[in-house]
Design a protein around this ligand. Structure first.
Ligand SMILES: Cc1cc2nc3c(=O)[nH]c(=O)nc-3n(C[C@H](O)[C@H](O)[C@H](O)COP(=O)(O)OP(=O)(O)OC[C@H]3O[C@@H](n4cnc5c(N)ncnc54)[C@H](O)[C@@H]3O)c2cc1C
Length: 382
């Protein structure tokens, strides 16, 4: 029997293995990954200083340990360059592997800004444990860090690096923290929380260039002429689902790899989940949807075709300086925010035109309302 092949050893790939092994102990599974295959929880990468954990501390299991624990083969440092859906095989650098079923758990690429300058190659992005190891090494002896991007990852790192004693400057062209996730008063609360920790904001201008300056410093130049000197620059301006492999194999893609509710792609016996997938129009680069997907997919792979349902999927943002939890409304054009503020405690409720609760953003003490509001919200994808 050909194995089930899973490409990707992130939370999506390894959780699929874990859930499948609860149902089927024997069917051979091969996990292929272009990274080092260590099992870790990616969300912890932006809490390393707060939790006092280095890159190595964050490794929960070596690939050998995962292989033993779940009776799987894990092939590390192997980049899959091509899949052949009609031949049901994965082409490896100097070999190929036949599959009975293929799971694409490819994740997302960091989007790199179109920067100029002679130090662009020194700009970090942290999208896996290996990146984090290199980033932590670069931070040794550093004092100042510039972060490009004020979204979830940028704000979490701003908080964590401040907790680690670094002086942080955060550049966000959209003029406020978490602009895509929060209404303005909630953004302002997060901004005040981070500012109290010592974060400096450069809201408005775009980063245009990073050059080497004096004394081993890097100089980030903004579109309004501002120059920010720092020891390390971290780019966190966005992620793009990894769709190239699927696209070249002729699978249907849009923003992500298109799947139906059973996580099947347009090709028979090929499934996708996690950050690379677009499940009935939903691209949700977060852990909760990925866990629900892994549970449903495990059943399908074990022979009982199962649709995934997404309930209420709140995202907790790890900015302890101003706690945030958000359930973005599915249709942000069809309703209005209703906002109550008390200092950094903001309760923002998104109500549809019929008055029903469709989403929320809570900061500070208002995060305590989360459970109550979750009960009122409609499921994201029943
Ligand atoms: C700093 C940070 C903080 C976060 N915090 C939170 C949080 O608090 N809450 C939350 O819900 N979400 C958070 N997220 C998002 C969450 O971590 C991701 O949604 C999740 O980890 C994605 O898992 P994945 O398995 O889909 O992708 P990945 O973890 O990116 O795994 C993709 C895998 O595919 C492999 N791969 C890709 N292409 C190939 C190829 N061609 N050949 C072989 N292997 C390949 C890669 O090597 C990797 O093993 C955070 C993300 C970051 C970066």
């Amino acid at each position: 029997m050909q194995p089930i092949v899973i490409i990707g050893s992130g939370l999506a790939g390894f959780n699929t293995v874990k859930e499948f092994r609860k149902l089927d102990k024997e069917t051979p599974i091969v996990v292929i990954t272009s990274d080092d295959g260590r099992n870790y929880s990616k969300p912890m990468l932006s809490a390393g200083f707060t939790k006092e954990k280095t890159a190595d501390d964050l490794c929960m299991a070596t690939p050998e340990k995962v292989a033993e624990q779940f009776n799987v083969e894990v092939r590390t440092d192997v980049h899959v360059a091509e899949i052949d859906p009609s031949g049901k095989r994965v082409l490896l650098p100097d070999d190929h592997l036949d599959y009975s079923k293929l799971v694409l758990a490819l994740g997302a690429d960091t989007w790199t800004p179109p920067l100029e300058g002679d130090a662009v190659g020194d700009v970090f992005s942290v999208n896996d444990l290996m990146d984090y190891g290199k980033f932590r090494t670069a931070l040794k002896g550093a004092k100042k860090v510039t972060i490009l991007g004020g979204g979830l990852i940028g704000c979490e790192f701003a908080n964590d690096l401040s907790n680690g004693g670094y002086e942080v400057t955060l550049v966000e062209p959209q003029g406020r923290c978490l602009p895509l996730l929060l209404p303005e008063p909630a953004s302002a609360a997060v901004g005040r929380g981070l500012a109290d920790l010592g974060v400096t904001f450069q809201f408005g201008p775009l980063a245009q260039a990073v050059n080497h300056g004096d004394n081993n410093q890097l100089v980030t130049e903004l579109s309004d002429g501002t120059r920010i000197e720092s020891d390390v620059v971290l780019s966190a301006i966005g992620l793009r689902p990894r769709i190239a492999l699927a696209k070249e194999a002729g699978l249907a893609i849009n923003r992500g790899i298109i799947t139906d509710k059973t996580l099947q792609t347009s090709a028979e016996d090929i499934y996708a989940l996690g950050d690379c997938a677009e499940v009935q129009g939903h691209v949700l680069p977060y852990v909760l949807p990925l866990m629900a997907s892994a549970r449903a997919l495990a059943k399908t792979l074990a022979g009982e075709t199962t649709a995934v349902s997404y309930g209420v999927m709140p995202v907790t943002i790890k900015t302890p300086a101003c706690p945030v939890v958000v359930c973005p409304p599915a249709d942000a054009d069809n309703g209005e925010w209703e906002i109550q503020e008390d200092g950094n405690n903001v309760q923002a409720l998104f109500r549809g035109k019929d008055g029903s609760l469709q989403g929320y953003a809570l900061t500070g003490d208002a995060v305590k309302e989360k459970m109550k509001l979750n009960k009122e919200l409609p499921p994201l994808m029943p």
